[in-house]
Design a protein around this ligand. Structure first.
Ligand SMILES: Cc1cc2nc3c(=O)[nH]c(=O)nc-3n(C[C@H](O)[C@H](O)[C@H](O)COP(=O)(O)O)c2cc1C
Length: 281
C-alpha cells in the first residue's frame, strides 16, 4: 500500500470482529514498524562539513557561511547546550564529514493486551467503549519519562566512538531536572509512534482507533505501570466489521496554515492570547 493510501484510508474504527485473532507474527510485524519512528527532539542533521572550534574569545565560532549547513544545529546549541565550549569544540569534519544529531531515546514502551479478560478490564476503564474489548489487540502506548537516564549509551551503540562521546553526555544535559520537557517528549513520541502503528496496521489490512477516553489511574493499575512512566493513549487494532463514521469535517488549509508567523485571524475570540513573537516554527 502506498503511504498516501494508508494516510487517506486510516480511520478511527469503532467496530471490530471480536472473533478475529492477530497472529504473533503479525503483532511483531506491526511493532517492528513502530520502532522505526523518530524519537525525542528534532532530528537535527548537518549534512555538510562543519567545523566547531573554540575561538580565542572562548565562544563558539559559526561555521563558514558558504557551507550548506543546517542552522537549526546552531539554534540547538545556543538554546540547549549550556557548556557548549566543553561539548562542541570538536572538529567533526576530519572524522566523519558530517554530523548527525538526535537523542534517539526511543522512550516509547508498548503493552500489548491480547487476553480477553484483561481487554474487558481495560474496556471498563475506558468508559465501556466497545472497541477496547472487541479489537484483536489493545496496545497501551506508554512512555518512560526517564528513558534519557537509563543507559543512554545504548541509543548510540552503532555510532562512531567520537559521535557517542559527544551525543551521550548531551542527552543527560538536555533532560535532567526538566520535568515538563520529559513529559512533552513522552507525548511527542507516543503520538508519532502511534501514527506509525496505525498506518502500518492499515497496510496490513487492519484498522485501529487512537483513544484518550479512559481513566489513566485504572489503566495504569491494570498494566502495572511504573511510577516513572506515562500512558500516551490506548490503541485497539483489529478487523473492522463496520466502517468509521463519515469524517466529521476537516478544517481547510487556509484555517490552519500560515507562513512565518501565526496569523491572528485564525484565532477565535475564545482562544488564549498568543504571545507576540510566537511562531509556528
Ligand atoms: C488522541 C486521540 C484520542 C482519541 N480518543 C478517542 C476515544 O477515546 N474514543 C473514540 O472513539 N475515538 C477517539 N479518538 C478518535 C477521534 O475521534 C478521531 O480520530 C477523529 O474523530 C477523526 O476521525 P478519523 O481518525 O477517523 O479521521 C481519538 C483520537 C485521538 C487522536
Amino acid at each position: 500500500m502506498q503511504t498516501i493510501e494508508a494516510i487517506e484510508q486510516r480511520r478511527a474504527v469503532k467496530t471490530y470482529d471480536p472473533g478475529h485473532k492477530m497472529t504473533e507474527a503479525e503483532i511483531e510485524q506491526l511493532l517492528s514498524a513502530a520502532i522505526l519512528s523518530p524519537s525525542a527532539f528534532n532530528r537535527l542533521t548537518a549534512k555538510a562539513p562543519v567545523v566547531f572550534t573554540n575561538g580565542t574569545s572562548g565562544g563558539l565560532k559559526r561555521p563558514n557561511m558558504g557551507q550548506t549547513f543546517t542552522f537549526i544545529v546552531l539554534d540547538f546549541i545556543h538554546n540547549h547546550v549550556k557548556h557548549r565550549s566543553d561539548l562542541w569544540c570538536v572538529d567533526i569534519t576530519s572524522k566523519t564529514g558530517f554530523c548527525r544529531m538526535s537523542n534517539n531515546i526511543q522512550n516509547w514502551r508498548f503493552v500489548v493486551v491480547t487476553d480477553q479478560a484483561q481487554k474487558d478490564k481495560l474496556k471498563e476503564a475506558a468508559w465501556n467503549q466497545a472497541q477496547v474489548s472487541d479489537a484483536s489487540i489493545v496496545i497501551v502506548v506508554c512512555a518512560d519519562l526517564k528513558a534519557w537516564d537509563k543507559e543512554p549509551a545504548r541509543y548510540w551503540k552503532n555510532a562512531a566512538k567520537e559521535t557517542q562521546e559527544i551525543l551521550v553526555p548531551m542527552i543527560t544535559q538536555f533532560y535532567q531536572g526538566k520535568d515538563q520537557l520529559q513529559r512533552d517528549e513522552a507525548m511527542r513520541s507516543t503520538g508519532i509512534v502511534a501514527q506509525t502503528i496505525m498506518l502500518r496496521a492499515k497496510d496490513m489490512g487492519y484498522d485501529s482507533c487512537p483513544m484518550i477516553g479512559f481513566d489513566p489511574v485504572k489503566v495504569a493499575e491494570i498494566i502495572n505501570l511504573p511510577e516513572d512512566h506515562v500512558i500516551g493513549m490506548l490503541l485497539p487494532v483489529g478487523k473492522s466489521i463496520k466502517p468509521a463514521h463519515p469524517r466529521g469535517g476537516q478544517l481547510g488549509l487556509a484555517d490552519i496554515v500560515s507562513r512565518g508567523h501565526l496569523l491572528i485571524n485564525f484565532i477565535s475570540k475564545k482562544s488564549p492570547v498568543i504571545k507576540p513573537g510566537f511562531s509556528l516554527i
